[in-house]
Design a protein around this ligand. Sequence first.
Ligand code: ATP
Length: 288
Amino acid sequence: MTRPRAVDGPRLPAPRAESGPVLELRAAAARRGGRTLWSGVELTVREGEFTAVLGPNGAGKSTLVKMLLGAAPVAAGEVRVLGARPGQANHRIGYLPQRRSFDASMRIRGIDVVRLGLDGDRWGVPLPFGGPRHRDARQRVAEAVELVGASAYAHRPIGQCSGGEQQRLLIAQALVRRPQLLLLDEPLDSLDLSHQGGVAALIGRICHQEGVAVVMVAHDVNPILHHLDQVLYLAEGGSAGGTPEEVITSATLTRLYGTRVEVLRASDGRLVVVGRPETTGGGHGALR
Ligand SMILES: Nc1ncnc2c1ncn2[C@@H]1O[C@H](COP(=O)(O)OP(=O)(O)OP(=O)(O)O)[C@@H](O)[C@H]1O
């Protein structure tokens, strides 16, 4: 799905015309430690599409992200990333790994953290000061910071920024190379509800207005539900993909888990899953 680009505001990611999908998985499977984590995954992600990867702990969501980066093997089937084998187009991918946090005493400024996304692989070899590459780098960093709305605190030490502010700066870091694909591993983890909503809206905007394809591992689908184009649900060695309305249903999750699962919609629109095998504490909770 391709959506119109924003007319106003910074335009950091510059999606190029792609002949094919950004991501393609055909009958793909992942194995870890001699165990099949998931199999039969069919997924197509196009420019400007927002895809969530859902499933219980240990289902293999992070493994999927690592597979797309070429850091975990493809056990079966075919995986194409930006028209190439996994790992061959990583310079066109922005990646936010799981569980990042900064110590409160960390003195490095937010803006320097963003810049690491540009030249973090060239530690100790600074861009020539004042040269055209230096100016281009400075402009890209400033654009990324503005795009995520972090200008007000980007010059503060990162350790003194709130969790939500740090998350925005890390998303800016993942965006600074103007990627065509953004891989985000639980970027809303450890944020409070209001920050979750703000960061989810930011990611939705980057995706739909800037045309960047986003694949996001999520613990709880609710904060991103209204921004999503499709979901991939991994569980019990299998998988189910499609629009949220197709996948997050009692029938689909019951089939996937092989036991009775019920999806309820709360009055505020949140989805609640009842009866998942691994659920504790009364057998219900927000959808994961
Ligand atoms: N390098 C590895 N070698 C062996 N097993 C591994 C390796 N990496 C991950 N695993 C196992 O594979 C399974 C899936 O791990 P993964 O991190 O992909 O799950 P996840 O769905 O992201 O989980 P969570 O929601 O808890 O983050 C886990 O049981 C994990 O212990």
